[in-house]
Ligand binder design. Sequence first.
Ligand code: FAD
Length: 381
Amino acid sequence: MQQNNQTEVLIAGAGIAGASAAYFLSPHCRVTILEREDQPGYHTTGRSAALFAESYGNATVRALTRASRAFLESPPAGFATNPILSPRGHLVFGRADQGAALDAIAEDFAATGARVQALSGSRVRELVPALREEHAHRGVLDESAQDIDVHALHHGFLRGARANGARLVTSAEIRAAQFSNGRWRIETSAGEFDAALLVNAAGAWVDELARACGAAPIGIEPLRRTAIVFECGRFSGGSASTSHWPLAIDATETLYFRPEAGRFLASPADETPSPPCDAQPDEFDVATLVERLQAATHFDIRRITSKWAGLRSFVADRTLVAGFDVRQAAFFWLAGQGGYGIQTSPAMGMAAAALVLRREMPAALRDEGVSLAALDPRRLV
Ligand SMILES: Cc1cc2nc3c(=O)[nH]c(=O)nc-3n(C[C@H](O)[C@H](O)[C@H](O)COP(=O)(O)OP(=O)(O)OC[C@H]3O[C@@H](n4cnc5c(N)ncnc54)[C@H](O)[C@@H]3O)c2cc1C
C-alpha cells in the first residue's frame, strides 16, 4: 500500500454529500474521497433541478435548508467566483377544483416563515404567461425560493477540501472493506486504502456499499426522476420576458417547469423505484411529461434539446441520515438526500463534521432547530 493511501477519514462518493462533508472535515483531519466515476458529480448531483426552497420537504428538511441559507448566500471568500444563489421563486398553480389543496399549501408554506403570497388566477398568468387559464385558477408563490449554481457549489466544496489537504481519487470504486485492529482495509479499483473511519456518501449505492463493508443496510430506496430541456416557438429565445419566471409546479406535483437559459427545463416529478444505476430517461415518462405540458400550458414545443434521469434516494421517513452505524462505530452514514441534497448540503456537511469530530452542533443548525437525533441512523433499525 502506498503511504498516501493511508488516511484518517475515507469518504465514499464525491457527489454533493461527500464533497460537503470533505469540505467541513478537512480543516480538522486527513481526508481522502474515493469516487468510482472518472468525474465527481456524474450521478444525481449533476442531474438536479437546482432549486433552493425553504418550503420544500418535512420539518427537518426545512430546518436543514434554512440552516444552509447563510452559507449559500455568503460563502467564504474564494469559495466561488459568482453568487451561488440567484432569485427564482416557487409558484404552485391549480385549477378551480383544487382550491382546498392550494389553501393547505398556502398555510403550510406560510408556517415556514418563507415569503409567501396567495395569488389570483390573473396574477399567476401574469407571472407565467404560458399557463392555460383553466389550470391557473389560483396560485401560491414562495418568493424566497432561489436557483442554485450546483456546479459552483459542488466544485467550491471540492476545491476548498483540496486546499485543506484532502485528496480526491476518481475512477476508484470501493469493492470491499474489512475492519480489524481499529483500521479499515479498503479494496478499490485504484488499489488498497487504509482508514480509521469510513463515511458512506455513496448516494443510491449506500446500502450496497454497507453490505460490501459488513454493515447492515438502512433501507435506501432510489426513485428515478426524469427531466428535459426544450425549445418552444412563442416563449423561447432567451428574452428577458421569460428569464424571470418562477419555477411553476402544479398543486398535485405531477409537473414542474422553469426557464433555463432561453429554453425551459421541465419534469413530470416522477418517482419510479429503481436499482442503483446510471439512470436513463424512459421514453414513456418523457411522453407523459410532454402531454402534461401541452395540457397545462400554451408551450409550442419545437425540440427537446436534452433529457436525463437521476435517482433521488430516500429512507422510509424521507429525512436525511447522518450518524454512526448502530453496530460498527467506525462506519458513518451520510445518506437519504432525496430531492433536497443540494439545498441542504452546507448544513449536512457541518452536521457530519460535528458528529465525526464529536463536537457540539454548530450554531447555524442549532438556531434553526435541527436535531441530530432526527438524522441518526438508529431511528431506522
Ligand atoms: C431530476 C432531479 C431534480 C432534483 N432537484 C433538486 C433540487 O431542485 N434541489 C435539491 O436540493 N436537490 C435536488 N435533487 C436531489 C439532489 O440532486 C440529490 O439529493 C443529491 O445530488 C444527492 O447527492 P449525493 O452526493 O448523495 O449522491 P450522488 O451525486 O449520486 O453521489 C454519490 C456518488 O457516490 C459514488 N459511488 C457510489 N458507490 C461507490 C463506490 N462503491 N465507490 C466509490 N464511489 C461510489 C457514485 O459514483 C456517485 O458519484 C434533484 C434530483 C433529481 C434527480
